[in-house]
Ligand binder design. Sequence first.
Ligand code: ADP
Ligand code: ZN
Length: 737
Amino acid sequence: TDNSSLFGSLFEAPPLKRVVPVLVPLPVPVPYSYAVPEGMHVEPGSVVQVPVGPRQLIGVVWDGESQDGLDPKKLRPITLAFDCPPLSREMRDFVDWVAAYTLSPPGLVARMAVRAPAALDPEPMVEAVRYVGGQPERLTPARVRVLDIARGEDIPWTRSGLAHAAGVSMSVIDGLTAQGVFETVFLPPPPVVAKPEPDYAAPRIEGVQKEAAAEIVASIRDGGFSASLIDGVTGSGKTEVYFEAIAETLRRGKQVLILLPEIALTPAFLERFQDRFGAKPGEWHSDLSPRMREKVWRGVVTGEVRVVAGARSALFLPFEELGLIIVDEEHDPAYKQEDRVFYNARDMAVVRGRIGDFPVVLVSATPSVESQVNGLSGRYNLVQLPTRFGDAALPDLHLIDMRRHAPERGGFLSPLLLRAMGRTIERKEQALLFLNRRGYAPLTLCRVCGHRFQCPQCSSWLVEHRFKSQLQCHQCGYHQHTPEHCPDCGTFDHLVACGPGVERIAEEVEKHFPDARTIVMSSDILGGVKRMRLELEAIANGEADIVIGTQLVAKGHNFPLMTLVGIVDADLGLANGDPRAAERTFQLLSQVTGRAGRTGLKSLGLLQTYQPMHPVMQAIVSGDASAFYEREINEREKAILPPFGRLASIIVSADTRADAETHARALRAAAPKVTGISVLGPAEAPLALVRGRHRFRLLVHGRRNSDMQAFLRVMLNSGPKQRGSVQVQLDVDPQSF
Ligand code: ADP
Ligand code: ZN
């Protein structure tokens, strides 16, 4: 039977709409209306190009009706509709949800989920060589190795593949080709990414790991939304457990998204995935080439790419059929975007799972207090892995009380730490010194007049970077050549560096261990991500004795020879008044000390502190995180702080202090009276001046069940209009409070 005529007779086709709402990528609260030109087919989710003023922008046709009574003849028409699948209902609901929750313009949220398809040149053929026979005139050991491999298997080899397999340089292959031993052939291009196979190299899983995996896999078999938290010490096998969940999802023919905080810097993760599933996942982060970006996007939309490992922005990829999200290191602050749309990818991942009706798995060795509470209360399935896998043991952790074991004058490393470092490199193992501060010194002052070097446009000190001979602002990037004179009193050569940064620690290390191979790792390293990857690889290969690094080295890396971790200043993160400071410090210190002892070698972690009795220090050395969390949870509950209460921060900034303060006060006056919600401030924001803009902050605090969004909408709508240089930034669930 002819289906089309059958259905055509039963169901009236809906009349073609002539006016449609389109979300444009601008900070406006509602979609704009456009006329649909004759013959153009669009539906909700269609990606289109539309005129806005003199510009052409990429927008997406949205749901709902346009305003009544609009005459299509008076509206501007859609310029063109792109030939790509429309954004699914699920994704449109997700965009609407995120926009409503974060109170962001929906068009700015939608922009993260749509993309105009770009032209993609056909993939070039791959040049390869095939063994034809015979011998070269001269046989070198390198040539023998190549021939041994190439003769064995009568298949074409890519030049680099063969060179790699034989451990020779590509010129050896080219030499043999020139002599006619190899012929050049062309192979079709490889697929975007090969398909991962669920059972490619499944490990044997036993004991606690097996139970944990069974629990998570069961939630996938049950189908539907669920949230789980895998809470296990570093090295306990959490990754293997969630790999089982991925395998099960792949067997069910669904796509998988793995969120990782520093994916660009963890190529080792991609390799590990490949070892387990036989193919690499698609990558998604800001460091991709435009071509790769286009290819992965298309693969995600068409379903060709089955697994994506990505940074937080990957959460908005329009998967054809997503069936599982893993959020690894779920506590990591990098999941929070604080720019345009303020959102936490961890929380929004759970929302996406709920809307798409599939499971979400959060993973951490040091879960956020929020996720802990959800795990303990049973809202999330809590799966715990308390010990390291195999014979790897957690490092022995000790505090160094700096009041009793002071460093020598001008230094920052106590004799105890230096001695441990000496022993470590004698054993040909590696030591890591961790200090979460880039540059040489965080403050420079004049010994004669006391002048302190401050950023001219921010309320922050300039940080000396000695390798670059610069003073830099870490807020705005302002920099100047390191001066020799004090700009205030003019005295020559009396400027002193106060406090340490990693460069200064490197200098101290060099003095004590002149023959050691040291590597300094921080995000301002010359050469960018590429260079950082090489350095990380070098460390993993044992090509350094001492590594001095910022939090860049804390995340996810596996350094087999690293048996000593020294924390230069364990108190550093505790100093600011943020109620989350203890939690963050605990997480960071656990993660850094977890770099040690990933293999069977005995390992040690030494934490330099002036507050050895602080609960964070005690939690770290006792290895008993539960007491620490219990205390943190109690304090949050008493103060009705998240997750027991709700918070939003409103930052008002302007070119002058008075404008910012006046606007903030007027905004506060516009707050409705609602029981359970109160507004604190305005007060100067923690960073009172950034890039020449003065900042005031209002904190909105509500009880758990209060309708924060409704309150904020009323407040912002009835508040003063933004005039002049005034800007208002709203952050629901701020990181610091
Ligand atoms: P985590 O993610 O908790 O830090 P990993 O999953 O990375 O822990 O596991 C730590 C180490 O133990 C890794 O080298 C991993 O390959 C190994 N491992 C974990 N589980 C197994 C297993 N079932 N079989 C073999 N090796 C395992
Ligand atoms: Zn600055």
